[in-house]
Design a protein around this ligand. Structure first.
Ligand code: SF4
Length: 328
């Protein structure tokens, strides 16, 4: 399947100083450290991992909001750059973002209808006001906002309603790709399911592709056609959701999955020691080795490559044939 979004060798490193003020030793923070993935048109890739693993930096790189240190992002064949010129604006129109914090994403001084219509006004300045108003009304209906909300301001809305405004605004230009960065993590649990169902429904109806980012495996599983698990700026496992959740191959994924309760079944929880290391001090060898319950001496020396086979990918020295494992 041809990729709508193609990411190759993507890295984003930041020069930092270790504690010590001006005299602190220079170091490198490896926020994203060599990502490869594709998203075909109309499909969703879920990116999951703990806070600080590089998920949000990946979103910003994909949208050209920050330049990569190495590697490239291609959208519909064209290179995505962080040079915000006319070509980037044309691309950006077809790649929209849904943010974690809907209040921060909205202009507090602008009523709902104006917020949703703003991208249309910017990108289609010749469109008559009546037609724009009609499009806004359709978008509001699509995301389940009543017409009575049109003149309300963000502070007059609930968290779920604000996120619906953000989603309507993101869909206003009929994007081919939606990048959703923790779109429900700021919402009450009772509202999360409604917003997820809305996104799922809109995706089925309008056919956009999505990069869906979350720390929550259950959320990613619900929303994704494929799942990629990130640890310290790298993908450690990738596959179809049912494979990754029912037969995780990487020890890190196994630990994450073991923490998800299964109704009516007791399963042994794998508790990882410690927190993920600081991305300034990525351990040598396999970055996961200090926390890995099955690490060997080789793991302290050699970085495992992400090996792909039969639609599955895993980066672990102890997993040599993903296809064989998947079939077990
Ligand atoms: Fe664990 Fe070694 Fe596999 Fe890394 S390569 S996940 S340390 S077994």
């Amino acid at each position: 399947m041809t990729a709508l979004l193609s990411v190759r060798g993507l890295k984003r490193h930041y020069p930092v100083r270790r504690p010590g003020g001006l005299f602190g030793r220079p170091a490198t923070l490896k926020a994203v450290d060599g990502l490869d993935f594709d998203i075909p048109a109309g499909r969703t890739l879920g990116l999951v991992g703990e806070s600080g693993c590089g998920k949000s930096t990946t979103a910003r790189l994909v949208l050209g909001l920050v330049p990569p240190s190495a590697g490239e992002v291609r959208f519909d064949g064209g290179l995505v750059t962080a040079k915000h010129d006319a070509a980037w604006r044309r691309q950006r129109r077809r790649m929209q973002m849904v943010y974690q914090d809907p209040l921060g994403a909205l202009d507090r001084r602008m009523p709902v209808a104006e917020q949703i219509g703003e991208p249309i006004a910017i990108h289609e300045p010749g469109l008559p006001a009546a037609e724009r108003a009609e499009r806004v009304a359709e978008l509001m209906a699509q995301v389940g906002l009543g017409a009575s909300m049109a003149q309300r301001y963000p502070h007059e809305l609930s968290g779920g309603q604000r996120q619906r405004v953000v989603i309507a605004r993101a869909l206003a230009l009929d994007p081919a790709l939606l990048v959703c960065d923790e779109p429900v993590s700021a919402l009450d649990v009772s509202i999360q399911a409604q917003v997820l169902n809305l996104l799922d429904d809109l995706r089925a109806r309008t056919g956009f592709a999505a990069l869906f980012i979350s720390h929550d495996l259950k959320v990613v599983r619900q929303m994704s056609d494929r799942v990629a698990v990130m640890y310290l700026g790298r993908i450690v496992e990738e596959g179809a959701p049912e494979e990754v959740f029912h037969a995780p191959l990487h020890p890190y994924t196994q630990a994450l999955v073991s923490a998800i309760p299964v109704p009516g079944r007791r399963r042994e929880r794998i508790v990882l020691e410690g927190d993920p290391p600081n991305p300034v001090d990525v351990p040598a060898g396999c970055p996961f080795h200090p926390r890995c319950p099955v690490a060997t001496a080789r793991c302290t020396r050699e970085v495992p490559r992400l090996e792909r086979d039969a639609g599955r990918a895993v980066a672990c020295h102890l997993v040599t044939a993903p296809a064989a494992h998947a079939a077990e």
